[in-house]
Design a binder for this molecule. Structure first.
Ligand SMILES: CC(=O)SCCNC(=O)CCNC(=O)[C@H](O)C(C)(C)COP(=O)(O)OP(=O)(O)OC[C@H]1O[C@@H](n2cnc3c(N)ncnc32)[C@H](O)[C@@H]1OP(=O)(O)O
Ligand SMILES: CC(=O)C(=O)O
Length: 539
């Protein structure tokens, strides 16, 4: 395998914009382009000028990029027109981008069916369009659409399209697995044959779709066979099942294949942050199990794993997570052993003698509670409280005397049907009796509001507490309405800290209260708030 530099090409803003459910605005595109540039990507495909107002606005005033070359995408000239007179190519010309990428047909079947032209005419369309763009732009490249399917059907014709583009001045011919149905061994064989046919690998790129779940593997196979430009998108966005995921490809090329992709270790460290920033922009939850950058990518749950990772992380980690800006997590659950608990306690800042018999009690209690429905691997704050209660003590900030929640559905004065909830809380705080009533748009919302009303005067710190997520899971669905419910609540404070707590009960409101109670206790404990005077401390 040649060790020549591999060039990275990002298509998040073009093929990624073809993702079902994704709709970038012009400012989104500008911000993503800047982040890709900071990552050290060579080429950023910004979109298709002339296709829609968003892309027109983007190319009329593109963000200034440091190292990356901005690419404008379009298609070869229409049949029966000169390149100079083709409205699509003219729009591309006007786009403020130094590089033009032209997609053309490389499968003779597509020429006849999709374009309605003879394959010979298509070769002229490719050559004319590329020659025109090579003259007018700093760089032109050819996206050989359906190249691999075309090669399998008619290798001579598919090869001729690539040669026509390169001879007309294309810097790169990018071999596209447009339908995403080709497998890695076929990609390797076909590119090896092209290289043997005299087409240098450093003029070939790969653009793989993920319809068989092999886009990353296919791209790596292409590089192994000699291709020196790799296309992909952030988080694998793209038409249908998406494109090759650059977030997986980049570290594999750098760390596994030891190839120069033009990125420094400092660039690589930005990978996790860049991937998550895209999800944040798209208002999507990041994929926990994403290779390299997912929250679970270096999360260890099994007791055997944690015991060994504590001795040397290489026992169960294929790379150091810090290289890609990720971090190790040790989870505590019913799969845990003493090592998990000790590691989490260290992380929390609790110093415990490893031989303390209470450690075994924590492990035992976690397993017992998980059997009843608790899930501590997703509720770190509740685990911390449980461990602190068993090992030390946790202040009792308030003691619930009772709560009551009433739901009412009725017609309001405007004649609209509304449902309101009302909660009443009675609690002892520092030995004094307090009561509050609050309304909410649902029972948990009302309960939360009443709790705050009762607690904030004694604990002003709680005024900044927000519930950011609420999840209910029925654990014994076969018992229908008698099922046990597990509630997970994610909370946040003004400083941006987030924590998750869990509550379990046959009654969903009761489970919610338990999770809320933990959330409030965790917030006060974390802020070192002392319990109100005269309150008793609970073991
Ligand atoms: C494999 C890929 O991902 S390629 C990128 C695909 N991305 C997109 O299509 C997103 C942006 N596309 C668009 O906004 C629109 O499709 C436009 C503006 C480009 C074109 O819109 P329209 O002119 O209304 O055409 P429409 O989309 O219906 O059809 C595409 C036309 O391009 C022709 N065409 C397709 N590929 C090529 C090509 N490589 N060279 C020349 N003509 C082509 C088709 O034959 C069809 O022509 P016809 O209308 O005479 O049948
Ligand atoms: C060009 C492109 O996106 C494809 O052929 O898949």
């Amino acid at each position: 395998m040649s060790s020549a530099r591999v060039h990275l090409f990002d298509s998040t803003l073009r093929d990624g914009a073809q993702t079902h459910g994704v709709d970038f605005s012009t400012p989104d595109k500008a911000a993503i382009a800047v982040a890709l540039d900071a990552m050290g990507i060579d080429y950023i495909e910004g979109g298709w000028p002339g296709a829609n107002p968003t892309d027109d606005a983007f190319f009329a005033d593109p963000p200034s990029l440091g190292r990356a070359r901005l690419c404008a995408f379009g298609m070869t000239r229409r049949a029966g027109r000169s390149a100079d007179n083709d409205p699509g190519l003219r729009a591309l010309l006007e786009a403020k981008a130094p590089v033009a990428v032209l997609v053309g047909k490389s499968w003779d079947f597509q020429c006849k069916v999709a374009l309605g032209v003879e394959p010979g005419e298509n070769l002229h369309m490719i050559a004319d369009s590329i020659a025109f763009m090579s003259r007018e732009k700093a760089e032109a490249m050819y996206d050989a659409e359906h190249f691999f399917d075309g090669y399998k059907a008619n290798p001579a014709y598919a090869t001729a399209t690539v040669k026509a583009a390169l001879e007309a001045g294309a810097r790169w011919a990018v071999l596209c697995d447009t339908n995403g149905g080709t497998l890695a061994h076929e990609i390797g064989e076909i590119i090896t044959a092209l290289v043997a046919d005299g087409i240098p690998g450093d003029r070939l790129g790969i653009h793989a779709h993920n319809d068989t779940g092999n886009a990353v593997a296919n791209s790596l196979a292409a590089v192994r066979a000699g291709a020196r430009q790799v296309q992909g998108t952030l988080n694998g966005l793209g038409e249908r099942c998406g494109n090759a995921n650059l977030v997986s490809l980049i570290p594999s090329l750098m760390l596994k294949m030891d190839l120069d992709v033009g990125l420094s270790p400092e660039h690589l460290v930005k990978l996790t942050e860049t991937s998550r920033a895209l999800d944040e922009r798209l208002n999507r939850a990041p994929d926990r199990r994403a290779p390299y950058v997912g929250e679970s990518a270096f999360a260890h749950k099994g007791g055997l794993h944690v015991s060994a990772v504590e001795k040397d992380p290489r026992c169960y980690e294929h790379i150091d997570p810090a290289l890609v800006g990720n971090k190790r997590q040790i989870l505590v659950s019913d799969q845990a052993g003493r090592s998990n608990v000790l590691s989490r306690l260290r992380e929390i800042g609790l110093t415990v003698d490893p031989d303390d018999p209470k450690i075994a009690r924590v492990v035992e209690e976690v397993k017992l509670r998980e059997f009843k429905g608790y899930a501590y691997d997703g509720a770190g704050a509740s685990f911390e409280l449980l461990a602190r209660r068993l090992l030390h003590r946790v202040p009792e900030y308030f003691r619930l005397t009772s709560f009551r929640v009433i739901d009412e559905r009725r017609w309001n004065a405007k004649g609209e049907l509304i449902t309101l909830s009302e909660a009443t809380i009675k609690a002892d705080i520092g030995g004094e009796h307090h009561m509050a009533v609050a309304e909410g748009n649902g029972p948990v919302n009302a309960l939360d509001a009443a709790l705050r009303k009762v607690l904030v005067p004694a604990y002003p710190h709680l005024a900044g507490l927000r519930l950011v997520d609420y999840k209910v899971r029925i654990l014994t669905p076969e018992a229908a309405t008698a099922a046990v419910t597990r509630v997970l609540i994610e909370s946040a404070d003004r400083a941006g800290n987030r924590w998750t707590t869990v509550g379990v009960s046959p009654n969903v409101i009761d489970a919610s209260f338990n999770a809320l109670h933990d959330s409030i206790t965790f917030a006060l404990l974390g802020a070192n708030v002392p319990a109100a005077e005269t309150a008793t401390a609970a073991e």
